[in-house]
Design a protein around this ligand. Structure first.
Ligand code: 13P
Ligand code: SF4
Length: 335
């Protein structure tokens, strides 16, 4: 470990991170984090690496990231990288997407356990079977794959979408019948915004599916002026009670631009952490739901990933070529 971090880095970290949780991010803890931040910055220069991080990551990861965003922004950013190495602080399907777009670069994920239980609800074989079955009834059927899917599944989709552009992508397709995989809640949300026929897969995200209308009502009863921002992976009865339904970065933008000062953030907790750091003048109430996969990446693990250049994301070239088409089509349609 590099021992000569500047005290001002530790102070800056303490000032920001203690707003998230003063017990976890004590002064002493921030001195240790500052040392790791310093070490990671040096390693990034030595390795000619960039760090792309999702909004749900631990807040100390934001300090070393070159870019923090939602799935759509991260896919767009991955098309602009000119470094040799991409360290992906997020989950496996996100790192796969970065690799699809950068086959010649080394893409690494600090913890290979960082999967996504929603992505695991659909396999390529099951999708191929369901497509064949549905095409007998709907010959024009197109498959829209949420970006939270494996590369094998993306290879069987006509186009991808994210929480930021799902209704727009569906509307842009020339077909009327759409099989939407794998998130059933997002599929229902899309159905409310289109006259097309949406056939939902039966997957859901264990983090968002547990959120209940009762939680929103309880907070609203105490704070009548609170603005409720919800992620479209939540159930319909939750979304009906929200003031706005947005992707994670959509929530950041809304909270920064709104004249409101109190917000209930109905998504994974990491997003509220980003808001507490970046918008200190406003109040954010969170639902305290953690995604175990997103939290597997630690700052120590990120340092180790850069030291050992691990864990490499690899893709079968045939699958990559098929899968990247659905990502590229999404990027074209959501320009
Ligand atoms: P966003 O694309 O809105 O960041 O969502 C990603 C995700 O995994 C939500 O659970
Ligand atoms: Fe997957 Fe849900 Fe975690 Fe997002 S929050 S990465 S959808 S398990």
């Amino acid at each position: 470990m590099n021992g000569h971090q500047t005290p001002s880095e530790a102070d800056r970290l303490y000032e920001q991170l203690s707003r998230v949780d003063s017990a976890t991010y004590s002064k002493n803890a921030c001195i240790g984090i500052a040392s790791l931040v310093d070490e990671i910055r040096t390693l990034k220069r030595q390795r000619n690496a960039v760090i792309l991080a999702h909004n749900y990551q631990r807040p100390e990861i934001f300090s070393v990231a070159d870019f923090v965003g939602d799935s759509l922004e991260l896919a767009r950013e991955a098309t602009r990288v000119d470094a040799d190495v991409i360290v992906f602080c997020g989950v496996h399907f996100m790192a796969e997407t970065a690799k699809m777009l950068n086959p010649e670069k080394l893409v690494i994920l600090p913890d290979l356990g960082a999967g996504c239980s929603l992505a695991d609800t659909v396999t390529a074989d099951d999708l191929v079977e369901r497509k064949a079955e549905l095409r007998k009834v709907y010959p024009d059927l197109a498959v829209v794959g949420y970006v939270n899917t494996t590369a094998d599944v993306k290879a069987e989709c006509d186009v991808c979408c994210t929480s930021a552009n799902a209704p727009r992508i569906v509307e842009a397709l020339p077909t009327n019948n759409i099989l939407f995989v794998p998130d059933e809640n997002l599929a229902r949300y899309v159905q409310q915004h289109t006259s097309k026929n949406i056939i939902a897969w039966n997957g859901n995200c264990y983090v968002h599916h547990q959120m209940t209308p009762g939680h929103i009502e309880e907070v609203r009863a105490k704070l009548p002026h609170v603005k409720v921002l919800a992620h479209p992976e939540c159930r319909t009865d939750v979304l009906e009670r929200a003031d706005a339904v947005l992707s994670t970065s959509g929530m950041v933008k809304y909270a920064k631009e709104s004249s409101a000062t109190e917000f209930l953030i109905v998504t994974e907790c990491g997003l509220s952490d980003r808001l507490l750091i970046e918008v200190p003048e406003k109040q954010f109430y969170k639902s305290c739901m953690l995604c175990q996969y997103m939290k597997m990446t630690t700052i120590e693990g990120t340092r180790d990933a850069l030291v050992h250049l691990r864990y490499e994301i690899t893709l079968d070239e045939h699958i990559r070529q098929k899968a990247v088409r659905s990502i590229e089509r999404m990027l074209e349609l959501s320009r």
